[in-house]
Design a protein around this ligand. Structure first.
Ligand SMILES: Cc1ncc(COP(=O)(O)O)c(C=O)c1O
Length: 407
C-alpha cells in the first residue's frame, strides 16, 4: 500500500481527534435505568428496574391489523413527511379526549411528540435558561431531571406526603426562588406511586394563579387506576395554567414513541417551533397506527385488560414482600401505575446494594437519582408490572436475601 495513504488513514482515526464537545454535553450523566437495562438481558435476571410495560400484553394482533389497514388505506401519506404538530385526525381525537376531562380544547392545542420524554425536552426548550429554577416533587421522575438538566437549571424540590407535595413548603420556595414552572406527576407518581389528592391539587392550582407560575402536569399513568376513586386532572381544575403531557407508552406500546402536549395556543405555537428545529415532526407511520387503533375502539378494552393484569401483579408483589422482606422495609400502597417505592432504614445505601442484587439475579432502581437534592439513598423503586407472576415471586425472594443482609 502507498505509504502516504497509510499516514492519512492513521491520522483519520478518531482517537487522535480532539472532539470539541460542548461543556453541557460532556457534563450529562447517563440514566442509571438505561445502564441497568443494558445488563437486563443477562440470562435469568429478573428485572424490576425499568419502567417497561409487560411485553406479553402488547396488543400485537390488533397492531398488525392497524398496520395493514394504514398501508392499504393511507399508504403514501403514512410514509410521507407530515405536520410538525402531528397528523390532524390524531390531534382531533386527543382534543376530544382531553376536553372530556376539563377545559375544552381543539386540535390547535395539541402537539404530537416522540413520547412524553420529548414533551419534557420541548417544555425545557420553550421555557428554561441557564440558572432558572424549576420546582419539583421530592422524589421526582429522573427522566425529567435529565431533560431539564440540559438547560442548566436549579431545582427546588418540595417534600411529599401521601397526598402529594406540601403546599406551604411549595409556596415558600415559589416566593424565594420564583421558579419558571412547577413540574408534577400527579397520578401514581414515578417513582413513589403517590397520587395527589383533590384538595392538594386545588391548592397547587391556587398557587399557580397567585404567583403566575405555570404547572407542567406529566401524566403517563393516570388511566392505570386499579382501586380507589379517580381524582380530577390538574388541567381539569387549573385550565390554562397547566401544560399537560400525555403518552401512549404505558397504554399501548413505548416502542411506537407517541405522546402529546396539550397547552394554551400561545404555548402550542412556541412548542411547535422548537419541535420543528428538533425533528421536523414525530414519525408519521406510528401516528397513523395509533390513530387507527383508537378509531377501531381498541384502546379502552386494552386498558381494561392490562389494568386487571397489573392489579394482580401488584397484589402478588405486595404479598411476597410482606412474606419475605424484613419488617423495617416499608412502602405506600399504590392505587395504580407501575411502581412500588420502598423505604429502607436510614443507614442503608441502595446504590451500594445494587451490584450484589444483580449478582443475586434481580435488578431494581436505587432511589437517589430521583432526588434532585442528592438525598434518598435508602429508597428503591420496583416495577411490579413487567415481570410475570412467577418471576415476581422469585425476584422478591432473591431481593429479600440481599435486603436481610443490609437492613
Ligand atoms: C413520569 C414520566 N414521564 C415521562 C416518561 C417518558 O415516557 P415516554 O417518553 O415513553 O412517553 C415516563 C416514562 O417512564 C415517566 O414515567
Amino acid at each position: 500500500m502507498d505509504t502516504n495513504l497509510q499516514t492519512v488513514e492513521i491520522e483519520r482515526k478518531a482517537e487522535v481527534f480532539n472532539w470539541p464537545f460542548s461543556r453541557i454535553a460532556t457534563s450529562l450523566e447517563a440514566s442509571i435505568i438505561r445502564e441497568i437495562l443494558k445488563i437486563s438481558s443477562r440470562p435469568g435476571l429478573i428485572n424490576f428496574a425499568g419502567g417497561l410495560p409487560a411485553p406479553e400484553l402488547f396488543p400485537i394482533e390488533q397492531i398488525r391489523e392497524c398496520v395493514d389497514a394504514v398501508l392499504t388505506n393511507s399508504g403514501p401519506a403514512s410514509l410521507q413527511y407530515s405536520l410538525t404538530s402531528g397528523i390532524l385526525p390524531l390531534r382531533e381525537y386527543l382534543a376530544e379526549h382531553v376536553s372530556k376531562k376539563g377545559l375544552p380544547v381543539t386540535a390547535e392545542n395539541i402537539t404530537i411528540t416522540t413520547g412524553s420524554q420529548q414533551g419534557l425536552d420541548l417544555v425545557g426548550r420553550a421555557f428554561l435558561e441557564p440558572g432558572d429554577y424549576v420546582l419539583t416533587e421530592l422524589p421526582t421522575y429522573m427522566g425529567a431531571l435529565q431533560a431539564f438538566n440540559f438547560y442548566q437549571v436549579i431545582y427546588c424540590p418540595v417534600t411529599m406526603d401521601k397526598d402529594g407535595i406540601l403546599v406551604d413548603q411549595a409556596e415558600e420556595k415559589i416566593k424565594q426562588f420564583k421558579p419558571k414552572f412547577i413540574y408534577l406527576v400527579p397520578n401514581f407518581q414515578n417513582p413513589s406511586g403517590i397520587t395527589m389528592s383533590l384538595e392538594r391539587r386545588q391548592k397547587v392550582i391556587d398557587l399557580a394563579f397567585k404567583y403566575h407560575v405555570p404547572i407542567v402536569d406529566d401524566n403517563p399513568y393516570g388511566e392505570l387506576r386499579f382501586s380507589g376513586k379517580a381524582v380530577p386532572s390538574l388541567r381539569g381544575i387549573g385550565g390554562d395554567a397547566v401544560i399537560g403531557l400525555g403518552t401512549f407508552s404505558k397504554l399501548i406500546s413505548p416502542g411506537l414513541r407517541i405522546g402529546w402536549v396539550v397547552a394554551p395556543i400561545a404555548c402550542s405555537k412556541v412548542i411547535e417551533r422548537v419541535k420543528q428545529a428538533t425533528d421536523l415532526h414525530s414519525a408519521t407511520f406510528p401516528q397513523y397506527i395509533i390513530y387507527e387503533f383508537l378509531k377501531r375502539g381498541y384502546l379502552e378494552p386494552h386498558i381494561e385488560k392490562i389494568k386487571v393484569a397489573y392489579a394482580h401483579r401488584l397484589d402478588i408483589m405486595e404479598s411476597a414482600m410482606r412474606k419475605h422482606f424484613p419488617e423495617n422495609v416499608t412502602w405506600p400502597h399504590p392505587e395504580g401505575g407501575l411502581f412500588l417505592w420502598l423505604q429502607l432504614p436510614e443507614h442503608v445505601s441502595t446504590m451500594k446494594m445494587l451490584n450484589e442484587s444483580i449478582e443475586a439475579g434481580v435488578a431494581f432502581v436505587p432511589g437517589r437519582p430521583f432526588h434532585p437534592d442528592g438525598s434518598g439513598d435508602n429508597t428503591m423503586r420496583l416495577n411490579f408490572a413487567n415481570a410475570t407472576p412467577e418471576g415476581i415471586v422469585e425476584g422478591i425472594k432473591r431481593l429479600s436475601v440481599v435486603l436481610k443482609k443490609y437492613c
